[in-house]
Design a protein around this ligand. Sequence first.
Ligand code: SF4
Length: 478
Amino acid sequence: MPEHEIREALASIEPDLVQITRLFGLPDEPFYTWRMTADGEGFTCVCEGMEQRTVRSVPFPETANDARVNALHRRRACRRLCRQTLYDLCRLCTGIHPAWGSLTGIRPTRLIYEQLERSCSPEEAKEQLIGGFDVLPEKADLLLETVLSQLKLPPPDDRYVDVYVGIPFCTTRCSYCSFSSGELGKGTLVEPYLAALEHEMEAGAQLLAESGRQLRALYVGGGTPTSLNEDQLRHFLSALLRCFPGACEYTVEAGRPDTLNPEKLRILRDTPIGRISINPQTMNDRTLRVIGRAHTAAQTREAYAMARELGFHHINMDVIAGLPGESLEDFAVTMDAARELRPESLTVHTLAIKRSSRLHLEQFPLPDAATAAAMTAMGRETARGMGLSPYYLYRQKQMAGAQENVGYALPDHACLYNVDIMEEQTHILAFGAGGISKRIYPDEGHIGRAPNVSNIGQYIERTDEMIERKRRLFAEEE
Ligand code: SF4
């Protein structure tokens, strides 16, 4: 590999290296030096700092027929080696063992898939995570179990497209929220938004038909879709199902329990929507007040009772580990409620503080790593005790204790859309403010994107432009 290719591969690696040093609580400013070389066999990286020195080498990745694919694999190997060698140095200097070892990416599942594609057995793939990336055995187990659940689902295929529709309104804004959703306020933007959305969905339905692809999973998120009033919800769902009939899975986020009533649940139930999500996030009223959610734990219980009475058979529950001021005992209260309410799927997030959230502005400190780890372990044990298995997993920057988010589900209750959005192997047509449509080019390891504007007013004004962006994305090279 020529020198200039190494320079190009590592040109923008600094942010990745900062992520590594942060795993150990070390400063962002480099306290180390590194050097990468290539010979006829492979790459070697040397890292030095704090009077320590680490060295790692990897052979060049196996070659494919396509020169572009080869270059991509070499770039990846080169970057991974650089991160890994710095990780070794930080580990040597601090003695800290991060739960996910040197992995800082959003999708650690990718590494298991890579190993399985190389004909490794699942056990070998797991051992590679532990030996090659210093991942703790319990996290490697979790990851492998997640991938094995995913392999039971209908595989991704170029013939399929998922649909995402966003309703970006919430009754109040949660302090950790980083989405572009707007507070409902007097609701003056809702009707024009829904009209623009219907127009965009109609054009999208035509685009889907022209592409010759089939609809796979459909997800309505937000925001809080059930913050629409009954008439708006009925009208929206009728337009949605007219445009996109026949999905193998429909989900609607009914996120805030206080937005639900028997009529809205009946409207949802009388459609093919099989999966709803009612999300307490925590069952501690004090925390709910602190994080700006205007509902109580009792309202969550009422919402579950209503939904069960009306015959919903698949309810997902989202909870967050590490919320402001919560101890392990507080989190145990939420886990007790999960056991009591028995959702068919449970998603255990770990608090991540994003730049656009109120918690970031308030410089809220994340809980310590040991507490965050104990909470996610408790989430896993609770899920296991309820008969739920992990089926999707992702990580984010600035997560408490550098942990993870995991979706658990009963057998045959995994949400296909959640897997697809995380694994990025299925095309996505996204509608509404902030939605990002994706076209997957699996052979080239490339994803084309067509983002919609996030601002609700701009979205209403520029809907035709959003339609045109999608049209261009899916028209390329057809
Ligand atoms: S419910 Fe979700 S989208 Fe709405 S404010 Fe809270 S985190 Fe943001």
